[in-house]
Each structure stands twice: as structure tokens, then as C-alpha cells.
Design a protein around this ligand. Structure first.
Ligand code: PLP
Length: 442
């Protein structure tokens, strides 16, 4: 039996309809921006393996630090004990995080970093004698993870429908995309009047799962200053946008109004190990200091601050802060911008969005907007056949690459997207032959 067949006999994959999904591709090796399959086929990882990989696969520097840590101390309980990697990573993060951030709380992944953030904000008000402040505001199309708290503050969708009655109540506002800013400002202003609002959680500048929906720092700043005036905590979920993705180290670096709490994961270890961080301001941390033990933050995980994961985080920070990595991020952003120009005005393209190293192309036509659409599967198969890993969100195809991707490799991704456009235009021509404009590359 092949590895894929053995997998099919025993495994259950995430976000996968196991009845209809094709057999998974068995990957045996990673190298730079490439994944290498059992049969030798190479796939360009244009989505950074679900947005986690920063510096390429099996990077020698990360490998070296992780192996050294593994041979020294693999794990230790993090209550009553500490270790060098946890302290050094916290010190390193606080040096680059916005100056409002004062403490680091470790957990296991993005969803847990969000759970911790929500619990910190709610217990702050509990400890402060304002328990009525327990409502969270979130964006209607947001994604913050798949655990119950994280699902509650995320979009109500097909993904959350089976659990809808069990999700806690959240006030949703729209995303202030260009043209809708004033409307969303009014929604926030109205909610902020209430005495039960604890916090506003958001994906700064780019909503990933919503389809790489983007909005401007000025619009977010306007929302955040309303929060600030009403003592509503600002929770920036930078699980996807952190560590250089948006062209600055953090998306919050584009803002005047800085967060009280931040959620980090994904790129935190360069894509090597699962690790989550929730950072917070001194004011939040201090609200838990008391001789009254019930004010303690009673939250933890068995693997909190795992030394091997922290070592991966330290190695990734070394690479992220090297001048070559800054240059790579600028180079990728420039290449994306140029490709966006290339796509401008072409039939089959509805919109092109970009922020830093993230490029999203929204294809026409309308009937393909659902995540479950046929075109999504056709796009995916087309890319795989060309040796490129792209994971379309419905009719939206994005590139979110490891920073080591070369210009030639980027060109391969762009050409794949152009082939998707041909598919869209051909499909449209088949149904409405007379009314469509000429296809310029034919
Ligand atoms: C992926 C993601 C999460 C969840 O992280 P996991 O590690 O998958 O649990 C939370 N927030 C945002 C913005 C994300 O993109």
C-alpha cells in the first residue's frame, strides 16, 4: 500500500470532506520554498503551508537551534519553573512588539492565543469589579480559530453552524473596506455607548479566511480611537499578519492607536512548531496581581512554553530581523505590485488587493463566490498540476509565500494565476459567447 492509501485507512484531515477528497499528496522533504513528494514531484509552497512558514522549509539555522535545544532540555513544567528559551524569546518579542506590550503569556497555537486574550480581557473587568463588561465586538467576517471562544468571536458561517446555539453572544460590525468607513464608524460609536462592552477583537488590515479582505490603517485607527475613549480593550489578532507579512513587522506598526492585547502564532516559530503567544499591557497584567488568589489567571496548557518550540521561535527571530529578510520582504512586495499592474483591467479579474507580501486576486464571475464552488476545486487542481500549491478561497486566489521565494519562483505562481484567469474567461465565453471582450493573450 502507498503512504496515501495507508493514510486513507487511518486518518481524518482538517477542513476536508473525506468522502470526496482526492488522496493526499505524501510529502517526504522540504527545501526552501519547495515541498518534495514521495514520487519526487516538487510543489512550490505559495501559501507558506497555511500561512506559517517564513524562511523556507527545513531551514538549517532553525534545525540547528532546535536540535541543540532538544538535546539539552525537551520540556519542563512552566508553573514554578522557567528556562532560558522562554525568557529569551519573551525578551526578544517585547523588543519588537508595539511599546504598549509588557508581558508574554505562552500557549499552543493561534486559537489558544485568542482564548487567552478573551479570558484576560473578561477577567480584567471581573477582577476590577465591573463584571457586566462581558460583551466582545468583532468583525462580521472575521476568523479567530476553531475552539469555542475563538469560534464565538468569528464569522457565523457554514463552518460554525452546527454549534451556533452554543456560541456566546458577540456584537458584530462590518469591515471598514473602502467606501464603507463612515457606516462602520457609526456602528462602533453606537455599541461603544453601552456599559457591557469589554473588548474589540480584529484581524488588523487583512482578514485572512474571509478572502484576504483588506482595509486601511486610517479606518482601523478611527475605530480604535472610539474604543480607547470608552475604555474598551483593543485586541489585535496578529496570528496571520505578524512577523513581517504585511510589510512591517506587525500590522499594528501601521497604526497610531496601539493594542492592549496581541495574539501571535503561525510565523512565530518560522512555521516549525506549534506555539502561541498572547502579549498584554502592564495595566492588564497588574489587574491580576493580588493577595486574593481568586484574581489569578487560571489558564495553562501541559506544553506551555515548550523549550523546543521557543528555540524555534528564537531561531526564526534571528532570521526575521536579519537585513536580508527585510530586503526579501520588500522584493516580494515590489514583485506583487508589478504583477497587480499586469492584471489591471484584464477580463476575468474583479479586483487585485495587496498588503506587503500578501497578494489576493479576486476572479469574476459571480456564481463562483462560495467556498464550496466548483471553480475553487478547478483552480486548486490547475495549480497542483503545474507544481504550485495555492489554496483558493472560493474565487479568491492569494499568494502568501515564504520570504525566501525567488523572483523566478514568484513568476511561476503569477503564471499559474494567469492560467486560472484563462479558465475563468473560457468558462464565461462558453456560456455567453457574444457579449465577452476579446481575450488578449489568445
Ligand atoms: C489561523 C488563524 C487563527 C487560528 O490559529 P490556529 O493556530 O490555526 O489555531 C487565529 N486567528 C487568525 C487571524 C488566523 O489567521
Amino acid at each position: 500500500m502507498s503512504l496515501a492509501q495507508r493514510d486513507a485507512a487511518v486518518l481524518w484531515h482538517p477542513y476536508t470532506q473525506m468522502q470526496t477528497a482526492p488522496l493526499p499528496i505524501p510529502v517526504v522533504r522540504g527545501e526552501g520554498a519547495w515541498l518534495i513528494a514521495e514520487d519526487g514531484t516538487r510543489y512550490l509552497d505559495a501559501v507558506a503551508s497555511w500561512w506559517v512558514n517564513l524562511h523556507g522549509h527545513a531551514h538549517p539555522h532553525i534545525t540547528q537551534r532546535v536540535s541543540a535545544q532538544l538535546a539539552t532540555l525537551e520540556h519542563v513544567i512552566f508553573a514554578g519553573f522557567t528556562h532560558p528559551a522562554a525568557v529569551e524569546l519573551a525578551e526578544g518579542l517585547l523588543q519588537i512588539l508595539p511599546s504598549t506590550q509588557n508581558r508574554i503569556f505562552y500557549s499552543d497555537n493561534g486559537a489558544t492565543s485568542v482564548e487567552v486574550a478573551i479570558k484576560m480581557a473578561l477577567q480584567y473587568f471581573h477582577n476590577h469589579g465591573q463584571p457586566q463588561r462581558r460583551t466582545i465586538i468583532a468583525f462580521r467576517d472575521s476568523y479567530h480559530g476553531d475552539t469555542f471562544g475563538a469560534m464565538s468571536v468569528s464569522a457565523r458561517s457554514a463552518f460554525t453552524a452546527p454549534f451556533a446555539p452554543l456560541l456566546f453572544n458577540v456584537e458584530f460590525i462590518d469591515v471598514p473596506v473602502p467606501g464603507r468607513e463612515a457606516e462602520v464608524m457609526a456602528q462602533m460609536a453606537s455599541l461603544a455607548q453601552r456599559d457591557d462592552i469589554a473588548a474589540f477583537i480584529f484581524e488588523p488590515l487583512v482578514l485572512g479566511t474571509a478572502g484576504m479582505v483588506m482595509y486601511e490603517p486610517e479606518s482601523l485607527d478611527a475605530l480604535l480611537s472610539i474604543c480607547r475613549r470608552h475604555d474598551i480593550f483593543i485586541i489585535a489578532d496578529e496570528v496571520m499578519t505578524g512577523f513581517g507579512r504585511t510589510g512591517r513587522l506587525f500590522a499594528s506598526d501601521y497604526l497610531r492607536e496601539q493594542p492592549d492585547i496581541m495574539c501571535l502564532s503561525k510565523g512565530l516559530t518560522g512555521g516549525t512548531m506549534a506555539l502561541g503567544v498572547t502579549s498584554c499591557s502592564a495595566a492588564i497584567y497588574e489587574a491580576f496581581l493580588s493577595s486574593d488568589r481568586t484574581k489569578t489567571f487560571f489558564h495553562g496548557h501541559s506544553y506551555t512554553a515548550n523549550p523546543v518550540a521557543c528555540a524555534a521561535g528564537l531561531a526564526s527571530l534571528d532570521l526575521l530581523l536579519a537585513p536580508e529578510s527585510f530586503a526579501d520582504r520588500q522584493r516580494i512586495a515590489a514583485a506583487h505590485a508589478q504583477f497587480a499592474q499586469e492584471l489591471h483591467g484584464l477580463p476575468g479579474i474583479r479586483e487585485v488587493r495587496q498588503r506587503g507580501t500578501i497578494l489576493a486576486v479576486e476572479f469574476a464571475p459571480d456564481e463562483t463566490t462560495s467556498y464550496f464552488s466548483r471553480l475553487r476545486d478547478e483552480f486548486y487542481a490547475l495549480a497542483i498540476a503545474r507544481g504550485v500549491l495555492l489554496r483558493p478561497l472560493g474565487n479568491i486566489v492569494y499568494v502568501l509565500p515564504p520570504y525566501c521565494i525567488s523572483n523566478a519562483e514568484l513568476r511561476l505562481v503569477y503564471d499559474t494565476m494567469l492560467a486560472m484567469r484563462e479558465l475563468v474567461v473560457r468558462a464565461a465565453t462558453a456560456t455567453a459567447p457574444a457579449s465577452l471582450p476579446e481575450f488578449p493573450h489568445d
